[in-house]
Design a protein around this ligand. Structure first.
Ligand code: ATP
Ligand code: MG
Length: 554
């Protein structure tokens, strides 16, 4: 442990705490999602940070569902969160907890505080309580029930618990300091009434503890040493400490450490907004490949490694900022470049008949599976008389800088032969329906023995053996780099109407047959793609994960 050179302020803090002999030299973190939505890339940063930091110091990490608000929580979210954390490559082993497991203990502690005259029931409305809180420069006003006797408070709190009062009728508040410069210490709420079934405790409770109260206690009970959270909780820290100091032994202390949350360009990251996108049908579901959710990124073809690398690369700071989505894309390109199987797929086909290639004949040309990794070997790609090329690789009247196929021009078919365009075949309306080309049998493998050169190498698919497929291309979900920050328009007005483009008449080489869902490929010249789970035995469906190069900065 002594030889860990801290890479950020959190590691520095831990090194210092260990050097000071705090907490019996333990390092124990937790990832505490509220199960009120699917995890997003911001959570991934937090997951990598919590699990990664603990691992670095030989410590442990718990998964704790912070399920103190039954209104928005659901087991669907619990399940998806566990799946996503595991998929990212982290393991909480047998340390899966729920804040709701502590409801009894939390209740007992609240009773304890009441007995000590440090908590009281307030019957005023939320509005009045907020008003009375004052401002940072003006002291708050004490509630009329602030000095009610502990006996009276105990009785009422029990009635609260037993369902005597309606939602909103009263709350339990900690009695701290109505004049504190820190607003969070001005008699914060500890419990509110919610007559709602909880996804785990059912109807056992109709009062639920507030986050600030529950969180520190949960941390303490689980032996958490470093409670890493986002910056907005910095001002809550004195309250976090107050509750722990009031209620717990002094054997050890969890320490809250704050870092800046991740924001990414061209997306929103708030769970409320992501939920709205799903519920109102702006996207197909939480795992829509355009979503910044972990399940969306997975379906899009992102790998756990690429996301972990991204989290490493962005690091942790205390400065709020926005990370360019291009960085995330860089990470997946880098990862897939090393391991994705190369294939040829034609997404907007034009038929090409090679007139001097004998009808009924076919052969296999040899193709490299991944030039970055020789161990991935080679494959055979069938070649025959009729092939498909991309429409945009042909121009009947080529512009100056167009070096690809045109009448009378010669190009290379990747791994196969040189072909030359001899004739353009059109239908009655003058629409091009096919090209007649000739091939040079001497150029097998893609080189001419006479040393003549061609300026373009095109991907292609032989028609006879081609598999039909659908290809889904994605663009940014929003047209504005900062949809949350736009002053004039609501984020929903900034949705990109062209974020999904479906090409449903594509052809891919037969190697792709039976490819399992989510497997990653590079389609030569087109980008990185993966198999979408919508794939059926009849039709392969691919998502474009990312283009081959960053085209965003022209
Ligand atoms: P809310 O509390 O509004 O529902 P949240 O995004 O804070 O949303 P939580 O489920 O409470 O969601 O988050 C779990 C953990 O993930 C917290 O520790 C939180 O600090 C962290 N986290 C959430 N969003 C981000 C983000 N954008 N960047 C980094 N960490 C994040
Ligand atoms: Mg939160």
């Amino acid at each position: 442990m002594e030889n860990i050179v801290p890479k950020n302020f959190i590691q520095q803090q831990i090194v210092d705490d260990l050097a000071a002999g705090k907490n019996g030299n333990r390092v124990h973190t937790r990832f505490p999602p509220e199960p009120n939505g699917y995890l997003h890339i911001g959570h991934a940063k937090s997951i990598c940070l919590n699990f990664g930091t603990a691992k670095l110091f030989g410590g442990l990490t718990n998964l704790r569902f912070d399920d103190t608000n039954p209104v928005k929580e659901d087991t669907e979210y619990v399940d998806s969160i566990m799946e996503d954390v595991k998929w990212l490559g982290f393991d909480w082993e047998d340390r899966l907890y729920y804040a709701s497991d502590y409801f009894d203990k939390l209740y007992d502690f609240a009773v304890e505080l009441i007995k000590r005259g440090k908590a009281y029931v307030d019957f005023q409305s939320q509005e009045v309580i907020s008003e009375q809180r004052g401002t940072p420069t003006k002291a708050g006003v004490e509630s009329p029930t602030r000095n009610t006797s502990p006996e009276e408070n105990l009785r009422i709190f029990e009635e609260m618990r037993n369902g005597k009062y309606n939602e909103g009728a009263c709350v339990l508040r900690a009695k701290i300091d109505m004049a504190s410069p820190n607003m969070h210490l001005r008699d914060p709420l500890m419990y509110r009434i919610l007559k709602q079934s909880h996804h785990r405790t059912g109807d056992k409770w109709c009062i639920y503890p507030m986050y600030d109260y529950a969180h520190g206690q949960s941390d303490y009970w689980e032996g958490i040493t470093h409670s890493i959270c986002t910056l907005e909780f910095e001002v809550h820290r004195p309250l976090y400490d107050w509750f722990v100091d009031e209620l717990q032994e002094t054997d050890y202390r969890p320490r809250q450490i704050e870092f800046s949350r991740l924001n990414i360009t061209y997306t929103v990251m708030s769970k409320r907004k992501l939920l709205q996108l799903v519920k109102e049908g702006y996207v197909k579901d939480w795992d829509d490949p355009r979503m910044p959710t972990i399940s969306g990124l997975r379906r899009r073809g992102y790998t756990p490694e690429s996301i972990r690398n991204f989290a490493d690369m962005i690091g942790v700071t205390k400065v709020d900022g926005v990370t360019d989505v291009a960085m995330l894309e860089f990470c997946i390109r880098e990862d897939l470049n090393k391991r994705a199987q190369r294939l040829m797929c034609v997404t907007d086909p034009i038929k090409v008949i090679i007139t001097n290639y004998p009808e009924g004949q076919s052969e296999a040309v040899e193709a490299i599976n991944n030039p970055e990794d020789e161990s991935m070997g080679k494959r055979k790609v069938p070649f025959s008389r009729v092939i498909y090329l991309e429409k945009e690789d042909f121009m009947e009247e080529p512009t100056n800088k167009f070096y690809r196929l045109a009448p009378g021009k010669e190009v290379r078919l990747r791994y196969a032969y040189f072909i030359k365009c001899q004739e353009v075949i059109k239908d009655e309306q003058g629409k091009i329906v096919a090209l007649h080309c000739t091939y040079d049998p001497e150029t097998k493998g893609g080189n001419a023995p006479d040393g003549r050169k061609v300026k373009a190498t095109l991907h292609w698919v032989a028609a006879e053996t081609a598999l039909p497929c659908e290809v889904r291309l994605y663009d940014r979900l929003f047209t504005d780099a900062d949809p949350d920050g736009n002053k004039e328009k609501d984020y929903l007005e900034l949705l990109n109407p062209d974020s999904l483009q479906v090409l449903d008449h594509c052809f891919i080489e037969p190697f792709a047959k039976g490819a399992p869902a989510l497997s990653n490929y590079q389609f030569e010249r087109l980008g990185y793609f993966n198999v979408d789970p919508d794939t059926t035995p009849e039709k392969l469906v691919f998502n474009r994960t990312v283009s081959l190069k960053d085209n965003s900065k022209k």
